[in-house]
Design a protein. Sequence first.
Length: 104
Amino acid sequence: MDLLGRLRVPLAVAHLRPSPRYRLFLCTIHDLRRLQTFLSVVGHPTFQASALSLGRRTTGITGHLQRLERDLRGQLLRRASKKQPMQLTALGQQVFEAALPLAQ
């Protein structure tokens, strides 16, 4: 069984086709690291807050999330504004729920 099957990704996410150079969703260790970054960021109000909490640079976190969003062809997080913290989009919620077992 491939990783996509093991993640039990909801149908709404499973139908998305990653960019042509990917044959499987999250097929490399780099993809798993990006997903781990995404899971770590959820719950923080901003990228800067998540970077401080994780002891990483904001640019690295932003880069991981932008690449993951590009590969999934959809936005995972609504970026923070002065009045609102970051929030998961519908796609972001589906990916978060599907990937949460990986973090445990």
